[in-house]
Every structure is written in structure tokens, then in C-alpha cells.
Design a protein around this ligand. Structure first.
Ligand SMILES: [Zn+2]
Length: 382
């Protein structure tokens, strides 16, 4: 069955000078209203121990310039603040104040064509058509638009579009995936997928450029100059941002292609439900984990499986996938399989194992067992 989904399209914008000023104002107003509403909520709570139900409209009299920007942008701030509070009540961190120049953005909604696209422009409320470059054709109803400016000074709009996706053909193949330590992933069919090599080169470059940036900061400090006045520091800061952006783009592209290929070629995909946060604390693994963007990858697999009618099964992270022999089920002790051991022979059935491939086979088997249990559990009793 075809599925209706919301797909985000990131489009590069080329605003003229007047439009850049409008964007700057919009970023400023949304940041201001976020900080103001948050601050007032905090102060109100300190005094009354109750929550202040404030809205952007309450502030428009006192701060008339708020009327100059898209009112929906302000309404979305209220919603986002609401969402941040709800997250906080569920155990996340307390909402933070926004800093200037840090993730500048605002979101507006499409109301009967107020947001639209042509061949080479994007139309936005209160500002009209802005020159744009589209990476792909946009079909379907646009729901919302988020305008942003990145640290290198580029403008983008992310359009959330209602899209129909067709399920992919069934392949009757299944696969288990293990997070590799040297490779990005290791698959139960015996193949391994390495991290893109140019990514590690770029990461070395980033480290070098960041060291230079730190030095420039120290020089400015020693000269008692503000960082905003130090041209060398600013130039280097831009350089770092550009390398960082390149890494982010290459990594995202790599993860998108890989996740799509896996979903396309298999009907059932089993992965380990890793607690990345907990693992990053472990120094030995931290670099490998953060570099390989495991959580981004599993998120992509998750929504793509749903879009294209495939099944993604998460295996409990406490399941001993590495220490179990995929041939006979013999379980090694922790001492028998330290982290540095990459291959081993099963003492029970003598089978020779590559550590990661064996683990991915176990993940697949455990995943399939879980699916069977679930099916029996729901239909068997009826
Ligand atoms: Zn064995």
C-alpha cells in the first residue's frame, strides 16, 4: 500500500540584501520571543510555583517591532517552547536560552499557498519570492518551511512536504547488522562496510584547524582584543565551520545511501539497540561510536523501513551477540573474549569466527526469534 509521509527537502536560498535583512530580523525576533517567554515563565514560577501561560501576542504591544516579522514564526516559537517544556517534564534537560548566531532559524507554515515553489524560487509569507536552487523536484503539499543560516553564511529553507511513497519490492532476504569497531558496520552475510576514507582525512584536517583556532583565540586574549574584532580569529573560525560542514554533508550522504541500499535489498533487518550515550562514556569505544554516527544511521533505517514496507527489528543491547557461538550457541565468558580479540575458535564446536560477523549472525537470529515470538503471541492465542 502506498504511504503518505512527511519528507523534508533542504533547499539552498540566495536572498538579496533586503531579504537578508528580513531574515536577520526574523531570526532576531524569534530568538527574542523565545528568551523573553522562557525568562518570564521562570520568574513567574519562582514567585507563584505555577506555570505562566504566555503567548507572543502578549508582547506585541510592548515590543512593536515584533509585528514586522511573520506572526506564524512567533506562533511556532510558542509551540516549540511548549514542546521543550513537555520534554523537560518527561525527564530531558530544562529549555535553554538561545544565543545569537547559534543555529539561527525560524519556521512558518503554509496557509493556502503562502509557501510555494517555482522553478527557481521559494515564496515565503511577508517576503515573497527568494532565489533558490532545488536538489530535487518538489511534489506534494508543502506543510511548513524552516529558514536557517549556517555558520558559513549560507541560507537554506527546509520544506516539509506531504509525499506518497510506494513500498519497495519484496526480496525475501534478511540481514543482521553489527556496529563494527574498525569498519562502520558488519553484516551477517559476511560483508563489511568501511567508513568513507576521505572522512577520516577530513577529520584530521578539522583537528588541525581547530588547534589553530584555539591559538588565535589565545593571541587575541593576550592582546586584550575582543574575538569579534580579531580578523585572524574570525577567518579561522569560518575555515573550521566549512570543514565541519563538509564532514557533516559527506557523512549524511554516506548514511542515506547505505541505509537505503540495506532497506531496498532486504525485507527484514535486525540491529542491536545500542545505548550510544552509555557507550560514549567508555573511552575506548567513544571515538568509533561518535565517528560512525550509529544513532543517525538507526534513525534512518527506522523511518525508511516504515516508508518502504520493510521490517526493522531491534535486539536488546544486553543480548550477548559477540560472546555466543552462532554455530552451536556456546557462550564464552567476558574474560574469554576481550575487546582486542578479533577472531576466535569455538571451544565447543571448533568453528572459527570473525568476531563481528559472528555477532551480526547472532543479531539476525535473535531478531527473527523475537519476530516469531511476537507473531505467536498475538495470533496464537486468538
Ligand atoms: Zn560453537
Amino acid at each position: 500500500m502506498p504511504k503518505q509521509i512527511l519528507k523534508a527537502h533542504k533547499v539552498r536560498l540566495y536572498p538579496n540584501e533586503g531579504q537578508q535583512i528580513f531574515f536577520a530580523k526574523s531570526f532576531g525576533c524569534t530568538r527574542f520571543i523565545w528568551n523573553k517567554m522562557l525568562n518570564d515563565k521562570i520568574e513567574h514560577y519562582k514567585k507563584t510555583k505555577t506555570e505562566l501561560k504566555n503567548t507572543p501576542a502578549h508582547y506585541k504591544k510592548e515590543f512593536e517591532w515584533l509585528k514586522e516579522v511573520d506572526s506564524l514564526a512567533l506562533a511556532n516559537v510558542q509551540q516549540n517552547l511548549r514542546a521543550a517544556y513537555n520534554k523537560f517534564f518527561k525527564g530531558s534537560g530544562f529549555p535553554r536560552f538561545k544565543k545569537k548566531g547559534h543555529r539561527d532559524s525560524y519556521t512558518t507554515n503554509n496557509q493556502k499557498g503562502t509557501v510555494a515553489v517555482t522553478n527557481n524560487t521559494v515564496k515565503l509569507p511577508k517576503i515573497g519570492h527568494i532565489k533558490a536552487k532545488f536538489p530535487a523536484k518538489i511534489n506534494g503539499l508543502i506543510k511548513s518551511a524552516t529558514v536557517s543560516k549556517d555558520p558559513t553564511g549560507k541560507y537554506f529553507v527546509s520544506l516539509l512536504v506531504e509525499t506518497i511513497v510506494e513500498p519497495l519490492l519484496k526480496t525475501h532476504l534478511r540481514i543482521g547488522i553489527d556496529l563494527g569497531l574498525t569498519d562502520f558496520i558488519v553484516l551477517s552475510d559476511g560483508s563489511k562496510v568501511a567508513n568513507p576514507t576521505f572522512l577520516s582525512k577530513l577529520q584530521n584536517k578539522l583537528t588541525r584547524e581547530q588547534k589553530i583556532l584555539t591559538k588565535r583565540r589565545e593571541v587575541a586574549k593576550a592582546d586584550q582584543r575582543k574575538l569579534s574584532d580579531s580578523r585572524n580569529y574570525q577567518k579561522q573560525k569560518l575555515k573550521v565551520a566549512k570543514v565541519y560542514e563538509k564532514i557533516t554533508n559527506i557523512r549524511k550522504d554516506f548514511l542515506h545511501k547505505l541505509s537505503f541500499t540495506l532497506i531496498k535489498n532486504h525485507d527484514v533487518i535486525a540491529i542491536e539497540d545500542l545505548n550510544v550515550k552509555g557507550m560514549v562514556k567508555n573511552r575506548k569505544l567513544s571515538k568509533a561510536i561518535s565517528d560512525s554516527s550509529w544513532s543517525t544511521f538507526t534513525t534512518m533505517l527506522n523511518y525508511k523501513a516504515e516508508w518502504y514496507g520493510k521490517a526493522l527489528i531491534k535486539v536488546d543491547r544486553w543480548y550477548p551477540s559477540s560472546k555466543t557461538c552462532s554455530g552451536c550457541g556456546h557462550l564464552l565468558t567476558k574474560a574469554e573474549l576481550p575487546l582486542q580479540v578479533r577472531s576466535w575458535n569455538c571451544p565447543s564446536c571448533q568453528q572459527k569466527h570473525d568476531r563481528d560477523i559472528n555477532a551480526s549472525i547472532n543479531i539476525l537470529n535473535e531478531g527473527l526469534r523475537l519476530v516469531t515470538l511476537k507473531t505467536v503471541g498475538t495470533t496464537g492465542l486468538a
